[in-house]
Structure formats: C-alpha cells, structure tokens
Write a protein that binds this ligand. Structure first.
Ligand code: ADP
Ligand code: TRP
Length: 348
C-alpha cells in the first residue's frame, strides 16, 4: 500500500480504560498507533463500555478514562488530526451491535477468548457482556468505515469475528454497505518485559509507570531483576530484561549498552542508570503535558466531546446505509414520531 492510498483509509483502535497506562502500553500500543496515525485518517477512542464488562467501580472508571485520555494526548495524539472520543458518546454503536448480533451464531461467541478465559478461570456463568464483547467491538469498527485496526496479538480473534460479520452483513443485505477491515498486528513486536522479566502487566505488579516523578521512576527502574556478576566481569546483554527494555525504548542506546556490558567494568547498576536516563529523557517532557491535561478534566471532556461530534457524523452516515439495507429506514419526513408530546405530557 502506498502512503497516498493509506492517507485516504481509516485506521481505528479502542483503548479499554481499565487501568492507568504503563510503559508496556506505551511501547506496545500507544507509540506504534500514533506512528500509524501519521499515514491514515484515524479514529482512536476510549472503550468505556467494554471496560464495564469487568470494572464495576464508577469512580475508578471515570478516573481511568481521564488518565487514558491525558496519556494519549501527552504522548502526542493531536485531537485535530485524530478523531479522539469516548465510545459511550456515540450511541449508534449499540444499534449496530444489535443488528450484528442477529447475524452471529452463538457458537462463534462461545469460542471467544474472553468468554473461554472466564470459564477456564472457573467463572461458571460469565456475564453476557463478556460473551457479547466481540459484537460490540465489531460495531465499534464497522461504524466508522474502518480499513485497518492496529491491535495486539490478543485481539486477532476479535478482528476475525468483525471481518466475518461485515462479510456476512454484505452478503445478506448488499455488497459494499460495510467496509471489511483488516487487523494491523505487528506479529514480531516483542512483548515489553516487566521488572521481573515476565510480560509487563498491571495485574502482575511488575509494571513501570509512565508518569511517575523522576525520583520515583528511578526507584522503580532500580528494582529491575538482573544477573549477579561482579562489576569487572564481561556480561551478555541479549536476553536480559534491562537490555530488552532499553532496546525497545531506544535501540541506539541499547547497542551502546551491549558493548559496555561485553567490555566489563560496567555493572548492572550502570545499565539501569543508563536506561533510567533514556527513559526519563523520553517521558520527562510528556510527564509535564500529562500533568497539565490531567489537572483539567473539563478540557479533556471538551476534547473528547469535539471528537465525538466528528465521530457521530460518520456513524450517522453508516447507520443510514445500514438501516436502509436491512429495511428499517423510513422515507425522510416520516422518521419523526407521529405523536407530539408536550413537556407537560411527560411523566414526572
Ligand atoms: P495489561 O496487560 O497491563 O492489562 P492491556 O491488556 O490493557 O494491558 O493492554 C492495552 C494495550 O497495550 C494492548 O494493545 C496490548 O497489546 C498492549 N500491551 C500491554 N502490555 C504490553 C506489554 N507488556 N508489551 C507490549 N504491549 C503491551
Ligand atoms: N478489545 C480491545 C482491548 O481489549 C479494546 C477495543 C474495544 C478495541 N473496541 C475496539 C480495539 C475496537 C480495536 C478496535 O484492548
């Protein structure tokens, strides 16, 4: 695909606000998605209704939405370029999700990862939101005429369900009504390791926070597990957590680190200090922007509301085509309610 093709195509991704983002999210999702947005018309949204499948704490949900919004903006998301919004602000998504659910076999949803995982974890009857999750996700994608969906490997199956649904819809109701999207998965993208060398994940308690103060960040970096060789001994960088983290952050600094480790007289403490300095240089300026956005929730609400307005514009056009295709649309002029209610008629 040439860059001219790409710029006329739409890339879309959803960010589930279940936690405050960490370095793994930044290197594995945020930075690559912002890179991709340079060559696509992009819709990036906060998937708050997906979060309620597991998160039942309203205060935490609200906080996470603002944390996520401020994080993406601080990492360089320009809301004039990228349509950035809350999923819950465009209600058309539920209408499309319902229509799609009438085209999906329950068997396909029973094979869904999230649903199967919940069962494997011993939840006898996972909530229906978990079961239905891929349908809402398909609606998220199809509502905005998406061509590519940048996601992690774990989301591959969901994109497959979405593609199936789009193709089925078009087959039943008319070719070309919905755009059939493609996943954009960097198969070879390595997982970012956490402090203990396992996959960095909030739930494992091994993550590096994105916007802690310099002092706190240094303290966390010093906890990274390393070998126990003496300062003088030459060391092998490849495969160590500190080297892998540095390589994913800034490859040129990692190359230097590998040389210094191999030469000896360079300890793991030095490597951690070099990684910390590179990390602080990358995150420091973003931290300031994050803090100023995070301190102004009204500004975040405004940015997200403006994004929602632009998103709604596309969503309405899609729903118009979809309703017409399935035989729900009525001729213009008869769409309004035939009953005219006065305020005083409404129940109190
Ligand atoms: P977590 O695993 O901490 O719960 P999420 O599942 O919410 O994080 O992930 C959000 C996004 O960040 C996904 O696109 C996922 O692929 C990416 N991501 C999360 N952790 C890592 C990691 N350790 N390495 C690379 N990418 C990651
Ligand atoms: N399911 C995705 C996740 O867990 C979040 C998501 C919701 C999404 N809707 C989406 C991702 C649409 C891409 C496209 O990370």
């Amino acid at each position: 695909m040439t860059s001219t093709d790409a710029s006329t195509k739409t890339s879309l991704t959803g960010i589930k606000p279940t936690d405050t983002p960490h370095l793994g999210n930044y290197l594995g999702a945020i930075r690559p998605a912002l890179q991709l947005a340079k060559s696509f018309k992009s819709f990036y949204f906060i998937a708050d209704y997906h979060a309620v499948t597991t998160l039942r704490d309203p205060i935490a949900l609200q906080k996470n939405v603002y944390d996520v919004a401020a994080t993406w903006l601080a990492c360089g998301l320009d809301p004039k370029e990228i349509v950035f919004f809350r999923q819950s602000d465009v209600l058309e998504v539920f209408e499309l999700a319902w229509i799609l659910s009438c085209l999906v076999a329950t068997g396909q949803l029973e094979r869904g990862h999230a649903y199967k995982d919940a069962i494997a974890k011993g939840v006898e009857h996972p909530n229906a939101g978990i079961f239905y999750y891929p349908v809402l996700m398909a609606a998220d994608i199809l509502l905005y005429d998406t061509h590519v969906v940048p996601v992690g490997k774990d989301q591959k199956q969901h994109i497959e369900v979405c593609r199936d649904l789009a193709a089925r819809f078009n087959h039943v109701y008319g070719e070309g009504v919905l755009v059939v999207p493609e996943a954009h998965i960097s198969e070879d993208a390595p997982l970012v390791p956490g402090l203990d060398g396992e996959k960095m994940s909030k739930s494992r308690g091994n993550s590096i926070p994105l916007f802690a103060s310099s002092k706190e960040l240094r303290k966390v970096v010093m906890k990274i597990t390393t070998g126990s060789e003496t300062l003088e001994e030459p060391k092998v960088a490849e495969g160590t957590t500190i080297y892998e983290l540095t390589k994913q952050l800034t490859p040129s600094i990692a190359a230097e680190m590998a040389k210094k480790l191999a030469a000896g007289n360079y300890g793991w403490g030095h490597a951690k200090q070099d990684f910390f300095e590179a990390l602080d240089a990358e995150l420091g300026p973003k931290r300031e922007v994050y803090e100023s956005f995070r301190a102004d929730e009204e500004a975040l609400d405004r940015i997200l509301a403006e994004g929602a307005e632009r998103a709604r514009h596309v969503a309405r056009a899609t729903m118009h085509r979809v309703r017409e295709a399935i035989g729900i649309a009525r001729p213009i002029g008869t769409m309004r309610s035939t009953v005219s209610l006065k305020r005083s008629d409404l129940p109190v």
